[in-house]
Design a protein around this ligand. Sequence first.
Ligand code: AMP
Ligand code: MG
Length: 482
Amino acid sequence: MRSNIKKLNLQNSYLQLPNCFYEKINPSSVENPKLVYFNKKLAKHLNLDFLNDSKSLVTNYFSGNILPNNSQPIAQAYAGHQFGHFTMLGDGRAILLGENQDSCNKLYDIQLKGAGKTSFSRAGDGRATLSSMLREYLISESMYNLKISTTRSLAVIDSGEKVYRETINNGGILTRIASSHIRVGTFEYAKHFCSKDDFKKFTNYVIKRHYPIIANHESPYLELLRLVMIKQINLVIDWIRVGFIHGVMNTDNMTISGETIDYGPCAFLNTYDPKTVYSSIDHHGRYAFENQHKIAYWNLSVFAGTILQFIDRDENKAIDFAQNILDQFPVIYTKKWYEMMFKKLGISNPIEKDKVLISDLLEMMELKKADYTNTFAAITMNIYPKNSLFKSHEFESWKNKWKERVKYNENSYSIMKESNPIYIPRNHLVESALESFINGDKEEFNKLLEAMSNTYNYDVKHDNLQSVPKDFDKSYKTYCGT
Ligand code: AMP
Ligand code: MG
């Protein structure tokens, strides 16, 4: 069925690309959909506020039962390196309805995740569980409120159908908003499966859509590599700032826009241990907290490899040019990491010897198994609960040095408040809220969602959001593709 409502008039710029990049496919309808979440604030920002009019219309749009005007839905083709191994992938359960412009005239994708099978589904059912879509809604919106670049969540539908995994689950459909869904993996697909001509058209499309400023640059493809690299560095720095562990940084889960995508097995660090891994399938810690920048570099090297042919006709020269850009990664990352850490400690105009304050603190935090978020929040407030870190002589001596250092920095407190969230979506709270929701009680989920709109508000008291049950992390595991 197609809607007669004129207002949601979608564009489809991706359809201008050669047809190797997508499959035209409609969402599979569901029989008894219910709207469980609709992000009205986001709808307003996206110029979709007319959707407030009718709940049944919203439900039908976001379950895939009614297509908006001009929508020509597609599944996008992509490949990717999963845990280092190259595989053909593609949207196996996500369908792009089309694109629209937000209130700042920026183009964004409207995609339904869990919308049915496509030619990329392989053995999958094209569906998602309600619980995993609610998880993505909660964490992606928390990330947005933590001021981190991310895809966003507009709506969650309970599909009214059952989804079979290890257990029988309610099905869910998430409406995902992204500045595009183009990934490093889309470039890998283009290099391996499309003609050089088609790949070049695609690359030029990406430049026009995401980096128009370099369209007339003398070496636009090299510049593309540099800009994507900077975006990824900024993103990982922000993840480290709040203790976010993505969990599955495969090349198909790294966007060219620099937005966090794919909230499958992600989680947040509690106790500061740089080696932390929660994902049940990440046996060797490839995507551990401390490895995220190294993996970003690895993924960018794969990206560079795909566009070498456009950088220079002479492959050796192209490799040299690309390598020169990639060689800047560790230098820029380290510089930005220090800048971020200095902000967490409220130190402006840092000098070389201030670096010891950072390394000493992190070393003590690791040794004393201190909570990452709570430690920085306590230093920000200058209120120290009695735990083994704050009781120690080493910390007392560190604190004196730090206080001496920031004493003349008038704006320390405000810098720290902006860099150190007081609340994050704690893993145990997320899991408990999801479980209650699935058992029919929405209250816990609603409260957590509401609290996550205040992640930096030191004036709101939510003591229960800060404590973590003893040893919870030891057995906590996250899962992909549910
Ligand atoms: P992800 O783990 O979500 O990054 O997905 C990896 C690949 O598996 C992508 O090609 C997905 O489209 C595909 N996939 C994941 N779950 C399903 C499913 N239930 N049905 C079909 N394809 C799926
Ligand atoms: Mg993915």
